[in-house]
Design a protein. Structure first.
Ligand code: HEC
Length: 442
């Protein structure tokens, strides 16, 4: 465990969190309470029970996803259960009175474990998944670090007895970073995020994008079986709302709010909200009239980290338009026309550095810039796409941002504690190289 210092937070700082267990605890072990559900008494903070879903978690699977409590009849007995579909791909039904496992089955493709041992409650791990110990090879995991289901809330409908999961097939290449040294700024995972960089061939990029899938899955928690699934255009879709009128509402990454028949999965309604959606809709009533309200807007780790993958089926960035939208039967309001996306000119300057410098720049970028500006310097449209930035043609302008931190109050801090001025110049060379590749393949 690490101790937070003033000014540090869990994600950014030299204390971790290391994804690689060999860095956290070279002796191995489960790392209690990593990726665990812990029950405590709210009045006293007293510990009651815990259940560790992913012992020694090295894939950022975590157990922080939405938990749903209900009473289910399982094997003829009424059980007080806790249900969770964490990032690791298994749907868990626990006895919430004592934390014991009732059942756990994969709700999407999983390759890091072959199942959950019903007696011990522990995953039956695939030894290949331990990329801390595989001699530096890349391990392609399913699900990946963004989960078979990320933070977007799922929904349970007691009427249908089904749980509706915003699920995705989104693998992740885990590779130990051989030269890892923690930095004061940036994410200190101990993995080489350069493994995320796609080949530049647009056909290969499109083919990889086509393997990324998103679904709304209706799951029966008693039989641990899928009842239906509705496909989306891609991964990273919105949280879910289910109503007693047997509807399921979910926004999607490509800019629609959809309503489905909760029993069959048939799509009954779809509205173009002009932005990718990640939040769940809510429903409420006033003066006898029912409304559905959505905080519409796009963002999060997927478009930030793997911008190239998060592009839509046409290879375009999914827009963000942050707005609160409210719907009702008989509503007549119309959205103003959608903004027209215009391609910025891509006009990279001449390269000033040699291949060795560009390689140093790439390594530094993959340690400290990739999590916001995107793998391969391809942004998903949330933080600026540095290939298009005027600052790459002008060392003074670049340094004013990256060294002097002139955009700090906009979320772009100075990285001078992490890198020498030479390394910061090497990052600029790397981004120019990436911009030149993009200009050629346009
Ligand atoms: C935590 C997220 C985050 C990280 C990590 C990050 N940036 Fe940024 N960066 C931003 C945001 C947000 C902006 C836009 C600020 C604004 O609105 O002006 C930005 C803007 C910039 C700009 C100005 C672009 C322009 O044309 O306005 C440059 C240059 C830049 N970043 C370089 C880097 C480099 C180099 C690294 C790694 C050493 C890095 N950034 C790491 C979030 C980040």
């Amino acid at each position: 465990m690490f101790v937070l210092q003033p000014g540090q937070n869990r994600s950014f700082g030299p204390t971790g969190p290391y994804w690689r267990r060999s860095l956290r605890s070279p002796g191995g072990g489960d790392n209690l309470f990593v990726a665990s559900i812990v029950a405590i008494r709210p009045d006293t903070g007293e510990y009651v029970w815990h259940y560790q879903e992913t012992p020694g978690d090295q894939w950022d699977y975590t157990a922080t996803n939405h938990m749903i409590l209900s009473d289910l009849t399982i094997g003829g007995k009424k059980r007080k259960v806790l249900m969770q579909a964490p990032k690791n791909g298994f749907f868990y039904v626990l006895d919430r009175t004592n934390g014991k496992l009732i059942s756990a089955e994969p709700y999407i493709k999983v390759n890091w474990a072959s199942g959950i041992d019903k007696k011990t409650g522990r995953p039956i791990m695939n030894p290949e998944a331990d990329y801390s110990k595989n001699g530096g090879k890349t391990w392609m995991a399913m699900p990946g670090a963004l989960g078979a289901h990320d933070w977007m809330p799922m929904a349970y409908n007691p009427g249908t007895g089904l749980v509706y999961i915003p699920a995705q097939e989104l693998g992740f290449p885990y590779k130990a970073d051989a030269n890892f040294k923690p930095k004061t700024h940036g994410i200190n995972l101990g993995v080489d995020l350069g493994a995320l960089n796609l080949p530049d061939d647009p056909k290969i990029q499109a083919a990889v994008r086509a393997t990324v899938k998103g679904y709304l899955i209706a799951w029966d928690p008693v039989t641990q079986k899928e009842v239906w699934r509705a496909p989306h255009d891609g991964a990273w879709n919105g949280g879910v709302l289910s109503t007693s009128g047997n509807l399921v509402f979910q926004g999607d990454g490509s800019g629609k709010l959809n309503a489905y028949n909760a029993k069959t999965g048939q799509r009954l309604w779809s509205y173009p909200v002009q932005t990718g959606v990640v939040a769940p809709p809510v429903t409420w009533a006033k003066d006898g009239k029912q409304y559905v309200t959505l905080v519409a807007g796009w963002g999060g780790a997927y478009p930030l980290l793997v911008g190239g993958l998060s592009l839509d089926a046409r290879g375009k960035k999914i827009p963000n338009k942050s707005r609160v939208l409210t719907f009702a039967l008989g509503g007549t309001a119309k959205l103003p026309a959608a903004d027209v996306a215009t391609d910025m000119p891509l006009d990279p300057p001449a390269q000033f550095a040699n291949a060795a410098t560009i390689a140093i720049g790439q390594q530094a970028y993959d340690r400290s810039c990739v999590a916001c500006h995107g793998s391969g310097a391809i942004s998903g449209g949330i933080a600026p796409d540095l290939r298009y930035s005027g600052t790459i043609a002008d060392q003074t302008a670049w340094n004013s941002v990256v060294i002097d931190g002139v955009l700090s109050d906009q979320g772009m801090i100075s990285f001078k504690e992490n890198f020498t001025p030479k390394e910061i110049e090497a990052i600029r060379a790397y981004v120019i190289a990436r911009a030149q590749v993009a200009a050629k393949t346009k």
